[in-house]
Design a protein around this ligand. Structure first.
Ligand SMILES: [Ca+2]
Ligand SMILES: [Ca+2]
Ligand SMILES: [Ca+2]
Length: 228
């Protein structure tokens, strides 16, 4: 209050109401002037209105931003769900119906099974045949991209149907006997290490999904393919 009185005491307007004196009584009288009180009240009301409007604008902007973010996340979720459904249901526009546990994607006329168990290459091929297919062959970039993507999301090593057994260095798909038309070798592979690597698997070396030739007696998971 003392500070406020000092301030008022030095205000030029006080000359009007102080009757040319600066004693405390005159200053208090001038402060009680109804005109000044009204002005002060109006000022406070205007300030309060400004604060309310500013808070409302900020709150509305935050709400809109939150809603926009929520819509974006929902759209992404829907797209992912659609993508997932495409692989696992018969609503795929390629009209490929896959049995439970087998997957496909748009543009491919095959279903694929990623095994949960492990076998050597011959045992894996035998198992796939019993299921009505064979170890997968990879004949197009579309098929390669699909399998690369699927292997990337799993933490296993998978046998595929490639081999150069019988003719060293000439890789083919079994059982079709077709030579490789697309390849996805790891750097430095195939190297036929120890002169004893004739079967091909998908490795996870350096986090990439590349092929390696390995000893056919090694035990890995496997990818079966049924052409429809
Ligand atoms: Ca194939
Ligand atoms: Ca070999
Ligand atoms: Ca190798």
């Amino acid at each position: 209050m003392k500070m406020y009185e000092d301030l008022i005491r030095t205000t030029p307007d006080e000359h009007i109401y102080s009757d040319h004196t600066y004693d405390n009584v005159d200053v208090r009288n001038s402060f009680k002037n109804p005109f000044k009180r009204k002005t002060k009240r109006r000022l406070i009301v205007v300030l309060v209105v400004i604060v309310i409007v500013a808070v409302t604008i900020i709150f509305t902007a935050l709400l809109l931003a939150k809603e926009k973010l929520s819509n974006t996340l929902e759209t992404t979720d829907n797209q992912q769900t659609t993508s997932s459904n495409r692989k696992t249901t018969d609503t795929d526009t390629s009209n490929v119906n896959c049995a439970t546990g087998w997957i496909t994607t748009f543009g491919l006329r095959s279903c694929y099974l990623f095994s949960n168990d492990n076998k050597d290459w011959i045992g894996a091929q035998s198992r796939c045949r019993k299921l009505g297919g064979s170890l997968t062959d990879i004949e197009t970039n579309n098929e390669l991209n699909f399998l690369n993507h699927e292997v990337r999301s799993r933490f296993r090593v998978y046998w595929i149907g490639g081999t150069d057994n019988g003719t060293e260095g000439k890789f083919r798909w079994e059982p079709s006997g077709q030579p490789f038309t697309v390849t996805n070798w790891s750097p430095g592979e195939p190297n036929n290490a120890g002169n004893n690597e004739d079967c091909v698997y998908y490795n996870r070396q350096n986090g990439r999904n590349k092929w390696n030739d390995d000893n056919c007696n090694s035990i890995f998971s496997y990818i079966c393919e049924i052409k429809v």
